[in-house]
Ligand binder design. Structure first.
Ligand code: SF4
Length: 348
């Protein structure tokens, strides 16, 4: 293995050892072409960015999307990645319309000269390339898939290096957790290039978070993994939330609001579940290093929320706001969300 540590640059984000592990998500719909809809999408992207998303990926299936993607690339607060399948011309088009990285599987592009053309253009435009390999697209019956994925990744890295291109990230994903772990550990033992880690097609929120926390947590504690996506059959906001929470649980991200909420029991007299749902999206966007507790009753709530910076609990129609364990305000259910956000915003 070459001694040189490889760092990839995706816009203003560095990926590799010594840099924070970045969180990614992937847009789940075709990109709109209407300007108003694009502006709405940019607003949603800003919110995701505020929640802790560092990089966002889009499918680039057709060059009809070129204008829309140029518009987004010019205005996005985070770097965007184009996901390319099969057609090298789409990769060239994506690079030209300002994507900061593209994700390709050179094996799908098939001809080496086409891959070379993409690499040359990426180099010219300062665009990174993720070599994205999934075990599902590896040939059957020719040995262990983890080993085949790693061998292929190393081969493609070599192709890139022959053209003087080093701005590369590698991902080796599988729905099988052992295979994902084996492939990433093997690659990390053989290469200094950064790894994008994730479990692919991991299921709905609960299943994906359990599978991803176990697999990625184990890899990260061994020092493997430089950027991550938690793949969820659900909202992209949940993907970002899950990614950020995993990093916070591992002690690798300290900024942002930590929400403490009780599971509710027979003592509850306040709909903490409904209130959490209502206020959570706003809390997750705040750039403050604080904890907020949302508790279901006035009996145990205040005591259980003592360690939190801010707490909300209720008794019937009355809602109580606490700051550092001390009652700060009594509010109505209707204005509770606004009051909580104001108290936090003002640092009252
Ligand atoms: S805070 Fe109250 S409602 Fe929530 S779990 Fe504790 S006792 Fe039950």
């Amino acid at each position: 293995m070459s001694e040189e540590l490889r760092i990839a640059t995706v816009g203003d984000i560095k990926i590799g050892k010594g840099y924070p592990i970045s969180v990614q998500t992937m847009y789940d719909s075709p990109v709109p072409h209407d300007k108003n809809k694009l502006d709405e999408l940019l607003e949603r992207m800003n919110s995701l960015n505020a929640m802790g998303c560092d990089i966002m990926r889009f499918s680039y299936p057709t060059d009809d999307d070129r204008e829309a993607f140029t518009y987004l690339n010019e205005r996005s607060t985070m770097p965007l990645v184009a996901d390319i399948h099969f057609d090298y011309k789409m990769a060239l088009a994506a690079i030209e319309c300002g994507f900061k990285a593209i994700r390709i599987n050179p094996g799908n592009i098939k001809h080496r000269w086409k891959v070379d053309e993409v690499v040359r253009s990426a180099k010219e435009h300062g665009c990174a390339i993720r070599i994205g390999l999934n075990s599902g697209s590896m040939p059957d019956g020719s040995g262990r898939k983890a080993v085949i994925m790693v061998d292929n990744a190393l081969k493609y890295i070599q192709w890139f290096e022959e053209l003087g291109f080093y701005n590369t990230v590698v991902s080796l994903k599988s729905t099988n957790l052992e295979e994902t772990t084996e492939a990433n550990e093997l690659f990390a033992s053989k290469s200094n290039y950064p790894l994008h880690i994730g479990v692919t097609e991991a299921g709905s929120v609960v299943s994906s978070v359990a599978r991803s926390t176990w697999t990625l947590g184990n890899l990260i504690t061994k020092g493997i993994g430089d950027t991550m996506r938690i793949s969820i059959t659900g909202s992209i906001e949940d993907e970002v939330f899950a990614g950020v929470e995993i990093l916070r649980t591992l002690g690798l991200r300290n900024t942002g609001v930590r929400i403490v909420s009780c599971p509710r029991c027979g003592r509850n007299s306040f709909d903490s579940i409904g209130f959490l749902k209502e206020v959570e999206p706003d809390l997750l966007k705040l750039k403050k290093d604080i904890s907020v507790a949302i508790m279901g009753c006035q009996v145990n709530g205040p005591g259980e929320a003592k360690g939190a910076d801010y707490a909300v609990t209720g008794l019937g129609t009355k809602i109580f706001l606490y700051k550092k364990g001390v009652l700060a305000q009594e509010v109505t259910r209707k204005n509770a969300r606004k009051a909580l956000l104001e108290v936090i915003e003002n640092g009252d």
